[in-house]
Design a protein around this ligand. Structure first.
Ligand code: PAF
Length: 283
């Protein structure tokens, strides 16, 4: 595995690959890799000739008072794991390499970026869509891999790729969970042992809400309220718990078939997000 820090050196390698007609898969990350990221890499390896993984803790997607400074940075350990998976390039740019000091352009996906996480993290998805668009321009991959755990992020990126005709196929990869159901996340490391015991209740609440919907309970608002209450009683400060249409993440209505329940909640300092997708009727 080659570690590359500059756009120029990256371009030089990509040129050879393109000339040789090799397909390129890309996995963008912020590092502190866990089994969820390694699954993205494994899927990428299975589908393309060459795999590029980026590690870049992107300042523009963190709000004021969020955890940009304390976000876990474990590049040496991450690089070992990626080398063991035979990744071809680890792209590890600095903030100065990624952002021109006089940068003026932001990619913003209207509507969907303002919902759910966008309400409590204003500007977050503009930071994500801008950096992912820039990384796509730098890496020029044929395909890119994102985890379904960040379901709204995936929807924002799919919309950006569609609207800007970016020639990259987006692959979604299922969430990897700990044995007690907690979705893997770099932010799980912030949980105290006590909070870690409570954390799986977020996924349990999503599963319970799904079961209630499948039991032909169409009182979505009531189901949401019930699960919010359960989570609050367990010690979570719930940001949102919303039964939505998978397509556009707007509130689900009676005849919608493909649903996703999205949730975000703070447990002390850490903010956890998770979701569950399902169809009411298998078609
Ligand atoms: O999901 C992440 O880790 C980040 O939001 C991403 C897609 C790498 C952009 O910084």
């Amino acid at each position: 595995m080659q570690t590359i820090n500059t756009i120029k050196n990256l371009a030089a390698v990509l040129k050879h690959w393109k000339q040789a007609g090799l397909s390129i898969a890309f996995v963008p990350t912020m590092g502190n890799l866990h089994a969820g990221h390694l699954k993205l890499v494994a899927e990428a390896k299975a589908k393309a000739d060459k795999v590029v993984v980026s590690i870049f803790v992107n300042p523009t997607q963190f709000g004021i008072g969020e955890d940009f400074d304390s976000y876990p940075r474990t590049e040496a350990q991450d690089a070992k794991q990626l080398a063991a998976q035979e990744v071809d390039i680890l792209f590890l740019p600095s903030v100065a390499e990624m952002y021109h000091s006089n940068a003026k352009t932001t990619v913003s996906v209207a509507g969907i970026s303002a919902l759910h996480c966008g309400l409590s993290r204003p500007g977050h998805f503009d930071g994500v869509s801008t950096v992912v668009c820039k990384l796509f321009n730098m890496v020029q991959p044929d395909m890119a891999f994102f985890g379904e755990k960040d379901f709204q992020q995936l929807a924002v990126i799919r919309t950006m790729v569609r609207d800007l005709n970016i020639p990259v196929k987006i692959h979604a990869v299922a969430t990897i969970r700990e044995s007690d159901g907690l979705a893997m996340s770099s932010r799980n490391g912030y949980l105290t042992p006590e909070q870690r015991k409570i954390a799986p209740q977020l996924y349990q609440a999503l599963c319970a809400a799904k079961e209630a919907v499948l039991a032909e309970n169409q009182a979505f608002a009531q189901i949401e309220r019930q699960q919010r209450q359960n989570l609050e009683s367990a010690g979570f400060a719930v940001d949102y718990f919303s039964i939505c249409r998978a397509e556009d993440l707007l509130p689900a209505k009676q005849n919608d078939n493909e649903l996703v329940i999205l949730a975000a909640a703070k447990l002390g300092k850490p903010r956890l997000i998770d979701n569950i997708q399902f169809k009411i009727k298998a078609l």
